[in-house]
Design a protein around this ligand. Structure first.
Ligand code: IYR
Length: 227
């Protein structure tokens, strides 16, 4: 067995001890900032430097993953022609979805969000970050396949960190899931081991951006403490 398979430990690079008072202030500050994140559908076309997107993707790539396989690929698109193609293909699928494919209950559940088959943000927003999961790994040299584990969980964690990082940078985001989204692999020229999971749309919100008036569940409705 090669050394790659042996456990090799290094000292944890952790911040110094944080006292619980400071901890509470930090926890509260972070919550205050994160609770203001909203899914936005009205974007400004103003450009955002690639560097910002790179940092956010590096944050996403720091997520834990099954056997540390990091089974993700982020394709960041700012090319207007490619964005237009993605919009056209997504709207084609969404038209069918909203025309009835989704079913009555699903469409009723979406009513309060005011969504429809029109996806202008795919053209307007400066960045579309298409997140792919890697169903298995292909060694670039040997072309040998190997397994990935907890793929959905791993990629979900990475997407959570991605939108948190973008929000922290001051960008508005939209987690968009055109269904089905097989067209993204073809349009973006990704290999067959990859499957698109979502598009994270990012940019400044439009000045006149509106969001649906929705409420978050209270702590007691999402958490149970057994002490
Ligand atoms: N993919 C569609 C529909 C949609 C589905 C859910 I669940 C949402 O929370 C929001 C939208 C769309 O993007 O419009």
């Amino acid at each position: 067995m090669s050394s790659k398979h042996k456990a090799y430990f290094i000292p944890l690079d952790a911040p110094g001890h944080i006292d619980t008072k400071t901890m509470e202030i930090r926890a509260h500050d972070f919550f205050s900032q994160m609770k203001n994140r909203r899914t936005v559908r009205d974007f400004s076309p103003a450009a955002i430097p690639q560097k910002i997107i790179e940092y956010a993707i590096r944050t996403a790539g720091s997520a834990p993953s099954g056997a540390n396989k990091q089974p993700w690929r982020f394709v960041a698109v700012s090319d207007p022609a490619l964005k237009a193609q993605i919009r056209a293909a997504a709207e084609k699928e969404e038209k069918i979805f909203y025309a009835g494919k989704a079913g009555k209950e699903w469409l009723r559940d979406l009513e309060h969000l005011g969504t429809d088959e029109h996806k202008p943000f795919l053209k307007t927003a400066p960045w579309l970050i298409v997140v792919f999961q890697q169903n298995y790994e292909i060694d670039p040299q040997t072309k040998k396949r190997s397994k990935n584990y907890y793929i959905h969980e791993s990629v979900g964690l990475a997407c959570g960190l991605l939108i948190a990082a973008l929000h922290n940078a001051g960008l508005a985001t939209l987690t968009h899931t055109p269904s089905p989204m097989g067209f993204l692999r073809d349009l973006l020229g990704r290999p067959k081991n990859e499957r698109a999971v979502m598009i994270v749309v990012a940019g400044y919100p439009a000045k006149e951006a509106m969001v649906p008036d929705i409420k978050r569940k209270a702590l007691e409705d999402i958490a149970t403490f057994k002490r």
